[in-house]
Design a protein around this ligand. Structure first.
Ligand code: NAD
Length: 445
């Protein structure tokens, strides 16, 4: 569904009218060029606090990225990157203030602020861990100031050994693929598997399974995977078979019509994958439904049916994959949660429960899976333009779109790009993360 307000706000006549009337003017975000995805363009300024420890790794990535790296003080219009890992006291926080205070005018339309700090466990003292936590509030507040430019701010927290895995998250945040990811904290840990680096086609030779692949976000995930070189196995309900077949054929993928809540679903899915090849490199648990009702009026069917799609099937399929060697060592498990699972939402006790449990899956599975080189992460989308949100009443839909720092809803491809980053071999240092793709929605911000 298209966002007419956003379209008018970005037309030349609309811009004049909106500006004269003082109406909010959300900026049309720049997404990946389908012909040249992952290309990093534009200019950037890099700064570092005294005693910063990740500077050499960050500078090496920035210099190799394709971005034009400029000296502080240069008049640019682009990205601002700051290594704040040396800040250990209230006095030293002035260095953070000064870099952004002096350079914020250099932040371009749809530019990126990327802050790099230390995970508390990687801090050298209680004082340092205390002060580093301040970066979280700084990034989230700054994101609110710069959202009207279509710009975003995100924080990378580096754990012990994580500096060797910084390239993938830095590149992703600098790319157009992260356009709708805003005010997020990503923890970068020591890689759990080897990092192969084909930045143009990161998923070449991978077979990846996506549930709910016939339409919406699942279809966008499948298309991004195929664009990045993967062979996709798309699963959706038998009623959507024709749509699923057509979509998978268009991307050279395989269609598996299957209701994931059926009793033998995990077995059918495992057998189908084994017929295609010895191993699977990742699974995205995307299929999901809503059955909104106030709890007092919710039927047990509305509770139980949703719970089986959004949660029960996910657990059964994970078990079937992990009990065997079908999922490769170095494989990826991705959950699709929701900001409803973080902040709660009126009429969504069932949905909120199921999506919060997906975050529980990440929390509980990430560490044991790391022993096999498998990472477990999730995205929590905010308002995304799909058939699911097209069914929301008009006023609520408008509020869902506008009540974010970027003033608009996201597109399925925004969620897909974040998942593409999670499943890439280069992201072997990203484990146990839940990242909101919501443009910094005010809901639960
Ligand atoms: P959608 O309704 O457009 O697509 C969901 C797909 O899942 C459909 O193709 C459907 O047939 C499939 N599916 C449902 N039940 C299934 C089953 N039992 N077996 C196999 N396939 C099944 O939804 P969407 O908006 O693309 O959402 C995708 C995911 O993102 C869901 O998990 C949803 O909860 C989550 N999400 C969406 C939004 C949003 O704003 N659209 C926000 C937060 C989270």
């Amino acid at each position: 569904m298209s966002d007419t307000y956003l379209e008018i706000a970005n037309s030349s006549l609309g811009r004049k009218i909106f500006s004269a009337m003082g109406l909010p003017e959300p900026v049309a975000l720049v997404r990946e060029d389908p012909q040249q995805p992952h290309r990093i363009v534009g200019q950037g300024l890099f700064g570092a606090s005294q005693g910063a420890v990740y500077t050499s790794q960050i500078k090496a990535v920035l210099e190799n990225s394709g971005m034009e790296l400029c000296e502080e003080g240069a008049q640019i219009s682009g990205n601002l990157i700051f290594d704040a890992s040396g800040i250990s006291s209230a006095e030293q926080s002035t260095q953070l203030y000064e870099f952004f205070h002096n350079n914020l005018s250099s932040l371009g339309r749809c530019g990126r602020v990327i802050l790099i700090g230390r995970k508390p466990s990687a801090s050298e003292s209680v004082e340092q861990a205390t002060v580093q936590r301040g970066l979280n509030g700084f990034v989230k507040s700054l994101a609110k100031e710069i959202g009207r430019k279509g710009a975003t701010a995100n924080l990378l927290l580096v754990d012990h050994g994580g500096e060797s895995a910084l390239e993938a998250p830095l590149r992703f945040l600098l790319s157009a693929g992260s356009a709708f990811m805003n005010a997020q904290v990503v923890v970068v840990s020591a890689p759990v598997a080897s990092i192969e680096a084909d930045w143009a086609r990161p998923l070449a030779n991978k077979t990846l399974l996506v549930t709910g692949a016939a339409r919406g976000i699942g279809l966008a995930i499948s298309q991004v995977f195929a664009r990045d070189g993967a062979r996709v196995i798309g699963v959706d309900v038998p009623q959507a078979e024709a749509e699923l077949q057509a979509q998978m054929q268009a991307i050279g993928g395989l269609a598996l019509p299957l209701d994931i809540t059926s009793e033998d679903a995990a077995q059918v899915l495992r057998d189908f994958c084994l017929q295609q090849g010895p191993s699977l490199q990742g699974i995205v648990h995307n299929a999901g439904v809503t059955r909104d009702k106030m709890l007092s009026r919710m039927t047990d069917h509305q509770w139980n049916m949703l719970m089986q799609v959004n949660l029960g099937s996910v657990q059964r399929i994970n078990k079937a994959l992990l009990d065997t060697q079908l999922l490769d060592d170095g494989g990826k498990i991705i959950g699709v949660a929701s900001i409803s699972g973080i902040a709660g939402n009126l009429g969504q006790t069932n949905y909120g429960f199921s999506k919060s449990a997906i975050i529980g899956m990440v929390d509980s599975l990430a560490e044991p899976c790391a022993a096999r080189g498998i990472t477990v992460n999730a995205v929590a989308p905010g308002f995304i333009e799909t058939q699911m949100t097209a069914a929301i009443p008009f006023v609520t839909r408008q509020m869902g779109r506008r009540l974010s720092s970027l003033g608009q809803g996201g597109l399925p491809i925004d969620v897909a790009e974040a998942i593409g980053f999670f499943v890439s071999p280069q992201a072997a240092g990203i484990n146990g993360n839940v990242v909101r793709v919501c443009g910094q929605s005010l809901l639960g911000a």
